[in-house]
Design a protein around this ligand. Structure first.
Ligand code: UGA
Length: 433
């Protein structure tokens, strides 16, 4: 099929490449000329395992092009809108200006019978509003909302082999067009759920709200474990064996971050308030508060570990990205901890296998090192805040030979406390005795 993807950020660049990989003829449109040039040259503007390979093969095959000119989207049968919906400055609501602008810019180029498919995460009610606008200007075109559930770090696989497809549609025709787009996944037996617009929009935010709640639930248990001497990691293992609960997303630690979960739960709460049902998801405010408290907890532990002040003390921070296999530092708990410690006067040196460049753009005041060894050298305290495999595999004896004080805070509960303590380290986890 001939497809356009409007917005070539995280979601759009992966979606465009994956659609071309599946055999469609795709044009990716973005207003950022630098981004378009990089993508056209086969270089993704962010770190995502597997993306460079499919981007290169799809551009080489001629099935994937990129452009800054919306007119290049004109011939497509299906247009995916994958622009960002960040948190609005000063409020919790989603900022819809990019979605609205993308629809407006696309309208004059819609071919007879084209389908416009929203992929961006939007407040419930947005799709119906945009469908009405499309109907005004291009009556033969239709609108669908097709939320995306990809995880950073697994984005390519999640797009090519999704665990479910959700189509929010206004008519049956839209669903049959989407079936052609996703033929490979459908033939492989991927569950497909066809809904109205509102349900599809809510599926997306409900999924992220549930995941965030699960993480904050276990972090709340970590807080109780901290005042009662229990071990939250064992608690998670034990309750996780109940298949109704499940062990995934029950890792207590410094909490969730990234470009999705934090802003999505805030936007959901804000939208529910607009609809007069703020009370229904009032717990999401608590989920957010618990999550942010865990960052503070790590900072407090650091101050305590250094005897009441971190001023002028060297602290090694392992990790700045919001999770491993990503260079994304948006709302990253790891980077937030580093910044707070720096604000308290510590000599923070932060490292990360992929995230340093992005972190430096946001927080140039921090000192960064690409080398774990150099980061650890002469540190009086080590704070592990992103569980990259290389940090999980650190050897306590070897690391102990580099630092000047054997103190470690395991902000992701990924190290073996016994092994670290056995080599003379003072080990502090979150919600672990
Ligand atoms: C999340 C959802 O998992 C995706 O399904 C969704 O499509 C995406 O948001 C989105 O809306 O675009 P992502 O932001 O890539 O994906 O990251 P997750 O893997 O969900 O992790 C989010 C955060 O939770 C990370 O900071 C991670 O470290 C933290 N986390 C995760 C925990 O603290 N504990 C856990 O047990 C699991």
């Amino acid at each position: 099929m001939r497809i356009s993807v409007i917005g070539c950020g995280y979601l759009g660049a992966v979606h465009a490449s994956a659609m071309a990989e599946l055999g469609h003829e795709v044009v990716g449109i973005d207003i950022d000329a630098h981004r378009v040039a990089e993508l056209a040259a086969g270089r993704p503007p962010f770190f995502e395992p597997g993306l460079p390979e499919i981007l290169t093969s799809a551009t080489a095959s001629g099935r994937l092009r990129f452009s800054t000119d919306m007119a290049d989207a004109a011939g497509a049968e299906v247009h995916f809108v994958a622009v960002g919906t960040p948190q609005s400055p000063g409020t919790d609501a989603a900022d819809l200006r990019y979605v609205d602008a993308a629809f407006e810019a696309l309208l004059p180029h819609l071919a007879e019978g084209a389908l416009v498919v929203g992929k961006s995460t939007v407040p419930v009610g947005t799709a119906a509003r945009l469908a009405a606008r499309v109907a005004q200007v291009a009556p033969s075109a239709s609108v669908a909302w097709n939320p995306e559930f990809l995880r950073e770090g697994f984005a390519v696989k999640d797009t090519i082999e999704p665990d479910r497809l959700v189509y929010g549609v206004g008519d049956d025709h839209a669903a049959s067009v989407l079936d052609l787009v996703y033929r490979a996944a459908i033939e492989a037996g991927t569950p497909r759920i066809v809904t109205d617009y509102a349900t599809a929009e809510l599926v997306k935010v409900a999924a992220n709200a549930f995941l965030a709640t699960k993480i904050s639930f276990i972090n709340a248990m970590a807080e109780i474990a901290e005042v009662s001497g229990a071990d939250v990691t064992q608690l998670a293992d034990a309750i996780g064996h109940d298949a109704r609960i499940g062990r995934r997303f029950l890792n207590a630690g410094v909490g969730f971050g990234g470009g999705c979960l934090p802003k999505d739960i805030r936007a959901f709460a804000a939208r529910a308030e607009e609809l007069g049902r703020g009370d229904s998801v009032g717990f999401l405010r608590e989920v957010d508060a618990i999550n942010l408290r865990r960052r503070q907890r790590v900072v407090d532990l650091a101050v305590d570990a250094l005897g009441g002040s971190v001023n002028e003390r060297k602290i090694a921070v392992l990790g700045v990205s919001f999770k491993p296999d990503s260079d994304d530092v948006r709302d990253s708990p790891a980077l937030d901890v580093a910044v707070q410690l720096k604000g308290l006067g510590a000599r923070v040196v932060a490292t990360d296998p992929q995230g340093i460049e992005n972190a430096r753009l946001r927080h140039p005041q921090l000192e960064y090192s690409a080398s774990t060894r150099e980061t650890l050298l002469d540190a009086e305290l080590v704070v592990l805040v992103t569980e990259w495999p290389e940090y999980c595999a650190l050897d306590p004896a070897e690391a102990g030979g580099l630092v000047s004080g054997r103190r470690i805070i395991d902000g992701r509960n990924v190290l073996d406390p016994r092994a670290w303590r056995a080599t003379g380290w003072s080990y502090l986890g979150l919600g672990r005795p």
